[in-house]
Design a protein around this ligand. Structure first.
Ligand SMILES: Cc1ncc(COP(=O)(O)O)c(C=O)c1O
Length: 402
């Protein structure tokens, strides 16, 4: 990795915070017991660490300790939530409502279920508008459209809190209220929201909530699923069977160091949240104003920047007219950004999220996602403006000569 490469891909993953690594280290080498070993102190010590992490994570989300299930990441949490409810509620109905802009780990699960005997309605979101009249609420879902999609046989609504590509924040509390009134289970993929905005499972009225450690400066391969256990409890079919860990919802030996790191990472995010979101929001605004001052034809994908209640502070997704998207990505050697969801980078198709906004394929391909994070500096933002502007100008020059 070149030393001068700038990391602006914090929606894909984040650097593990050294304070998190420090908290985890003893659980690899000295306190290496299995949290399921109930007969000796090594196991007790590991279980104590998992219990402490669980209660700290539960407190951060305003959940009960028994309601946190540790998984191998948010992809697994989403699979467990959606397939788990779909299987258990099959006698009641087979209809699921979600958004066209969900993460692949939701969209693909729904696609698979729709090829079995489930029906899925994907509700559209507010389109982007045109260059002269961009929509300030681009990407947002209208809760009325969700209400219209509900049917007597609807068993689940799944809506993400924060979009991983355009950073739009959906009205989760309103959707939760609607689902609660109708007695429909509500799952929220909060992978990009936890640690970045205030998340409260009680006021949000969610029944299931997915999240992941590596998006919040914690380790990779550890996730969580909040599962409501009372008034009313969620009925969920486990997807991994075995030793019965995690109250039977997710068997398998617990990743003790990972779980300890997860709790530490979330604790740090919650403590630093107001300061970090203000700092990242300012840097993000500077990035956009810098790019727009240097270049013509810069479009904003997602809600207006002056609507902080509608977007993640660290997200900027822009299209660059008159350049070839692939050439743009190839030319950005010193800038680690993403041209779509990092989780689908093996798939060269234009982003389904940007398409769902009504952005044409050319502009979708010529879009870049900048993901700012805790370690992003003002100097890096200035360098990112220069690098992007130079690349776009050069590509436009080359294409005008062709
Ligand atoms: C919104 C969203 N959901 C789910 C996931 C999957 O998370 P994980 O990498 O922990 O499986 C991601 C990862 O990019 C995401 O952004």
């Amino acid at each position: 990795m070149p030393d001068d490469c700038i990391y602006l891909d914090n929606h894909a993953t984040t650097r593990c915070d050294p304070r998190v690594v420090e908290a985890m280290l003893p659980y690899f080498t000295e306190r290496y017991g299995n949290a399921g070993s109930i007969n000796h102190p090594f196991g007790w010590e590991a279980k104590d660490a998992v219990d402490a992490a669980r209660s700290s994570i539960a407190a951060a989300l305003n959940a009960g300790e028994r309601e946190i299930v540790f998984t191998g990441g948010a992809t697994e949490s989403n699979n467990l939530a959606i397939k788990g409810v779909a299987e258990r509620a099959r006698k009641k109905g087979n209809h699921i409502v979600s958004l066209a802009t969900e993460h692949k780990s939701v969209v693909d699960v729904l696609d698979k279920l729709s090829r079995r005997d489930y029906e899925v309605t994907l509700v559209p979101v507010e389109p982007i508008g045109d260059a002269a009249h961009p929509s300030p609420t681009c990407g947002l879902v209208d809760v009325g459209r969700i209400a219209e999609a509900l049917r007597p046989d609807t068993i689940l609504v799944s809506v993400m809190a924060a979009n991983n590509e355009i950073g739009v924040l959906q009205p989760i509390a309103e959707i939760g209220k609607l689902c609660r009134e109708r007695g429909i289970a509500f799952h929220c993929d909060a992978t990009q929201a936890v640690g970045k905005i205030a998340v409260d499972v009680a006021t949000w009225n969610v029944d299931l909530l997915s999240f992941s450690a590596h998006k919040i400066y914690g380790p990779k391969g550890v996730g969580g699923l909040y599962v409501r256990r009372s008034s009313p409890p969620v009925r969920l079919a486990p997807q991994i069977d075995g030793g019965g860990q995690e109250a039977g919802f997710r068997s398998g030996t617990l990743n003790v160091p990972g779980i300890v790191g997860f709790a530490k990472a979330l604790e740090l995010c919650v403590a630093e949240l107001p300061m970090e979101s203000a700092r990242q929001g300012e840097l993000r605004d500077r990035l956009y104003s810098g790019l727009s001052a240097e270049l013509e034809g810069v479009g904003l994908n997602g809600p207006a920047l002056d609507r902080p209640e509608l977007r993640l502070a660290g997200n900027l997704n822009c299209s660059f007219a008159y350049v070839d998207g692939e050439a743009l990505m190839m030319s950005m050697k010193r800038l680690a950004v993403s041209s779509g969801s990092a989780c689908t980078s093996a798939n060269p198709e234009p982003s389904h999220v940007l398409r769902a906004l009504g952005l044409g394929d050319d502009l979708t391909r010529a879009s870049l996602r900048f993901g700012l994070g805790r370690f992003t500096t003002a100097e890096e933002i200035e360098a990112a403006i220069r690098l992007t502007a130079d690349s776009v100008r050069q590509l436009r020059r080359l294409s005008s000569m062709a």
